[in-house]
Write a protein that binds this ligand. Structure first.
Ligand code: HEC
Ligand code: HEC
Length: 309
């Protein structure tokens, strides 16, 4: 009688413990950072720095990584503070300094950061670093970008650590975010058979990550698909980034868009301001054919109504 009672009491407890253990193990494996490129014996070798310069400009790396408060956009000492609903992120040093920057990294390390969102130490990066867009970068472009980054001036000193709220500090939780919102290698591009449009798709969706600013995000900080390119509150919390689907800029021609990406001038005799000015500082360095390609892709976006915040 006593034994049966004990069993009746213990059984739910042991099974609850077993279920918890299974869940914990499952979570552990599901959130494990996976680096796709191996450093040792890697077939990824250094590419061409001159081609890498274009990837660097298109990717807008300097907009975040250049040391603030000095004029040289090629000094990538980091330190810029990025406000977000999760706390303040500090952009790291990615200059080729071997101690404070990424001078000791291999091409595979850079590929893992940009494509898998995983650090050389095997930790998740926060998606404020726009790897959810860079993930569809071609490995040739990563090689060229690597060669270019290595050619830039070394900057010593590290940025202060991120200042995040509570459990956002735990990088492992980014693993859950990735399960929900990240597919390695996936691009959101909508393609047709025109190669210029295809180049534009790659520039807009992968490298220049235009949707990262021109969309509305959900409470987890991921882009809400119905608002992609349809505008949204500035991710840093001030102002509203405009809709760039034909719902708003349908009257702009391909040439108008290409002109804005080169000089900042808009067809209504204005000039783009705020963070778009930094984007233009980058797109103005691209070949004209790339600005036309971006314009063609933007013109082809589906009409989406501006969301109300
Ligand atoms: C919107 C701002 C932003 C842009 C644009 C950006 N980054 Fe970053 N990057 C970050 C932030 C923030 C981190 C830190 C992420 C973290 O700590 O998880 C980071 C991290 C990195 C790291 C990892 C550094 C380390 O020490 O582990 C590398 C490498 C990197 N970025 C390279 C690039 C390259 C190359 C580009 C352009 C193709 C680029 N980033 C564009 C914000 C940005
Ligand atoms: C860092 C955030 C950011 C990124 C990345 C970004 N934009 Fe913008 N964009 C803005 C902001 C902010 C404005 C509003 C500028 C202003 O107030 O003058 C803007 C304005 C524009 C406008 C003018 C819209 C209008 O109605 O006047 C166009 C067109 C545009 N962006 C296209 C693009 C394209 C194409 C890309 C990618 C190559 C891009 N943007 C990437 C932030 C961004």
């Amino acid at each position: 009688m006593r034994d049966t009672l004990a069993l009746a009491y213990d059984w739910p407890l042991t099974s609850a413990a077993a279920v918890t253990l299974v869940i914990v193990c499952a979570c552990w494996f599901l959130t494990m950072p996976v680096a796709s490129f191996e450093s040792a014996g890697s077939t990824l070798t250094e590419g061409s720095a001159s081609r890498g310069e274009i990837i660097f400009a298109a990717g807008g790396c300097a907009s975040c990584h250049a040391t603030p408060g000095q004029p040289d956009h090629l000094k990538l000492g980091g330190g810029l503070a990025l406000a977000s609903p999760f706390g303040t992120f500090r952009v790291p040093n990615i200059s080729p300094d071997p101690i404070d920057g990424i001078g000791s990294w291999s091409v595979a390390d850079l590929a893992n950061a940009l494509i898998s969102g995983v650090s050389p130490a095997g930790r998740h990066y926060y998606p404020v670093f726009p790897y959810p867009s860079y993930t569809s970068m071609r490995s040739d472009d990563v090689r060229d970008l690597y060669a270019y980054l290595q050619s830039l001036p070394r900057v010593s000193g590290r940025a202060p650590p991120h200042d995040l709220f509570l459990f956002f500090r735990v990088r492992r939780f980014v693993g859950f975010w990735k399960l929900l919102f990240f597919r390695e290698g996936k691009s959101e591009a909508i393609l047709n058979e025109d190669p210029v449009h295809g180049r534009g798709a790659y520039l807009v969706e992968t490298l220049a990550h235009c949707a990262d600013c021109h969309s509305t995000r959900n409470i987890f900080g991921a882009i809400r698909p119905a608002t992609r390119f349809a505008g949204g509150p500035d991710p840093e919390g001030t102002g509203f980034v405009p809709n760039i689907t034909p719902a708003r800029i349908g009257g702009w021609s391909e040439a108008d868009l290409a002109e804005m990406l080169n000089s900042g001038r808009t067809p209504n005799h204005g000039r783009v301001g705020s963070s778009m000015r930094d984007v233009v500082a980058n797109t103005s360095q691209l070949p004209e054919s790339d600005r036309i390609a971006i314009a063609r892709y933007i013109k082809s976006l589906p009409v989406r109504p501006t969301p109300h915040p």
